[in-house]
Design a protein around this ligand. Structure first.
Ligand code: SF4
Ligand code: SF4
Ligand SMILES: [Zn+2]
Length: 282
């Protein structure tokens, strides 16, 4: 079982899965995940990217567009504007009881501006305070003197499986936790230290030996190994331990993305278990 600020994931029976947060800000999270196998961490990565839903503009009714930007290009630009998402307040259109659109599954954003000026994402006026552009400074179009734009955009929840505009992550990746060993045949020639592109290795004068100064920055490129004539240094990976990084477009926080991905994986697992149990009874 792992716990991360209200996040609970049922691991394998007897699993001691652990998450250690290394860095965190509004849009980025880097953590060390231990005691999981590669299929699990890759499943979480894929779900974070394409199965956690987020809000994006889906349809646009353009009443007036005097700019030089074609309507379809403008609609495409609007679709890619990241919107703050409240997953508690809305449901996916496919899970909504309404026939077309309703306040439970969609939000209207209106744009009405007159030139001369550059129109930005922050000019969109949302009907719901929780669904607004993450950034106000994304240029949408340029209006010359007397030109006007008037449109209504409808934002809905969706997933990256359907369209990249619904992907909450701009980067989501893991790497094996590096394992570097230096044996006694090391002659402190400094080649590995000088050739490492990431300053992972250092010479410790007090101990008169090469030390690993920043293991988590190692990319496992093996440049150090390839430059060691004594074959004294070895780069490998720690089994079942990963460095996992999530960066979002701001529509959701990285913690929300990770929590929802874990919930989705739990639900999938429970469905498979129920299906197997049902099958075993027949
Ligand atoms: S290149 Fe090899 S011998 Fe030279 S300092 Fe590094 S580990 Fe030691
Ligand atoms: S594997 Fe590459 S990044 Fe890691 S310590 Fe060696 S040279 Fe540096
Ligand atoms: Zn609805």
């Amino acid at each position: 079982m792992m716990v991360l600020e209200g996040l609970e994931v049922k691991g394998e029976e007897g699993s001691n899965m652990e998450i250690d947060i290394k860095e965190k800000n509004d849009n980025e999270l880097t953590c060390i995940v231990e005691d999981v196998d590669v299929s699990f961490i890759n499943a979480i990565r894929r779900i974070c990217t394409v199965e956690v839903s987020t809000m994006a503009i889906d349809t646009v009714s353009i009443f007036k567009n005097d700019s030089t930007l074609f309507d379809e290009v403008l609609a495409h630009r609007l679709g890619l504007v990241p919107l703050k998402t409240d997953l508690e307040a809305f449901v996916l259109p496919s899970e909504c009881d309404c026939e077309d659109e309703c306040p439970s599954c969609s939000v209207s954003l209106v744009l009405k501006e007159k030139g001369p000026r550059v129109v930005y994402s922050g000019d969109l006026v949302s009907a719901h305070e929780a669904v607004t552009p993450v950034y106000d400074s994304i240029p949408l179009l340029k209006l010359k003197e007397g030109e006007e734009v008037e449109l209504e955009a409808i934002a809905k929840l969706g997933t990256g499986l359907e369209h990249a505009k619904w992907q909450p992550t701009t980067a989501c990746a893991y790497k094996y936790y590096p394992l570097i060993t230096i044996d006694d045949s090391c002659e402190e020639c400094m080649k590995c230290v000088n050739e490492c592109p990431r300053n992972v290795l250092e010479y410790d004068e007090s101990e008169n030996k090469i030390i690993i100064a920043d293991i988590e920055n190692c990319s496992a490129c093996k440049t150090c190994m390839n430059n060691c004539e004594q074959s004294a240094i070895n780069v490998d990976a720690v089994e079942n331990k990963f460095i996992f990084k999530i960066e979002t477009d701001g529509s959701l926080s990285p913690e929300e993305v990770l929590k929802n991905a874990c919930d989705i994986l739990n639900n999938k697992s429970e469905k498979i278990v129920a299906f197997c149990k049902e099958g075993a009874k027949k």
